[in-house]
Write a protein that binds this ligand. Structure first.
Ligand code: HPA
Length: 299
């Protein structure tokens, strides 16, 4: 009887460890924040999530402390080419910035709570603004390869939401307003900076699907009818988590290809990375102009 009790206890403990590993929560986020702050005293004001092939942007940081996701407690480990899995803490101009190079996705088998965990950690570390970047397939005629789309809204078609499940009020309200999830003022500033730099940039609606297959031509036709300007497999869960914590969001997609059925070429991850790399240079310039603007204290 005694040993049965002990087995049952061990099993409960094991299950709760597995659940926490798969669904890291508030306690785990505090541990991760403590770990990151140990080596870097400054409080980050802006957080940046870098999507596929956008690693170029990292070079802008001065005095960066770089840590692999492997070493940050409870951080998920990216499994996709082009997603390094590194946190960079440093200064962009005068502004303390925390950068997430690489993200994990639902299609890697991660739970929504794991997908948004690094974003939540940055929010708890004190960022006021989150800049999320990603690669996307272009649907509207303006969304040509190499252009940059500033997200003005999204369609969450991923079938998942990081706020679903038991509600922990330490993250914020359960029912989060999403009307201006993408901060209009930050978007205006980004548009102005892009115009000054003569970059091809427009505002549009991002449809997020779970992936990992690219879409079928029929799905793209349906998304076009739903009002989507571009399509991708990320971003929206992170935006939802940030908005719950009251962080202002700017999201930018580099258009790496015309979406399925809109050009003759088959879609390939290699092409996404290659065009993403080139577009990443433009994105780095745009971010630079924007961050300098923010560091001058103009919100
Ligand atoms: N579809 C989905 N995600 C993407 C695409 C696409 O065409 N291009 C880059 N990320």
């Amino acid at each position: 009887m005694k040993s049965e009790n002990r087995d049952a206890k061990l099993q409960t403990r094991h299950l709760s460890l597995v659940a926490r590993h798969c669904n890291p929560g508030y306690r785990e986020a505090i541990e991760a924040v403590r770990f990151l702050k140990k080596g870097w005293a400054a409080q980050p004001r802006v957080g940046i999530v870098l999507g596929s092939g956008l690693g170029e942007v990292v070079r802008k940081l001065r005095g960066a402390r770089t840590v692999s996701y492997r070493h940050v407690p409870h951080f998920p480990k990216p499994t996709v080419a082009g997603h390094a899995g590194t946190v960079h803490l440093g200064f962009w101009g005068e502004l303390p910035v925390a950068m997430l190079e690489g993200r994990v996705h639902l299609y890697e088998g991660y739970a929504p709570a794991a997908v948004v965990f690094p974003t939540r950690v940055l929010a708890l570390a004190g960022i006021e603004v989150l800049v999320v970047t990603c690669a996307a397939g272009g649907i509207s005629p303006r969304a040509t390869p190499g252009s940059i789309m500033l997200l003005s809204d999204h369609l969450n078609l991923q079938g998942a939401n990081p706020l679903a499940g038991a509600h922990d009020s330490r993250w914020g309200p359960r029912f989060v307003d999403m009307i201006e999830a993408y901060d209009p003022e930050l978007r205006r500033q980004a548009r102005r900076a892009a115009a000054r730099l003569r970059l091809k940039c427009f505002a549009g609606i991002y449809a997020a699907l779970a992936g990992p297959t690219y879409e079928t031509p029929a799905e793209i036709r349906a998304l076009r009818r739903l009002g989507a300007d571009a399509v991708g497999m990320s971003t929206v869960l992170e935006v939802i988590a940030a908005r719950q914590l009251g962080v202002r969001v700017l999201a930018m997609a580099t258009i790496t290809n015309r979406a399925a059925g809109l050009s003759r070429r088959p879609l390939s991850h290699g092409e996404v990375l290659e065009v993403g790399k080139r577009a990443g240079r433009d994105l780095a310039r745009l971010l630079d102009a924007l961050i300098r603007h923010l560091s001058e204290g103009r919100p």
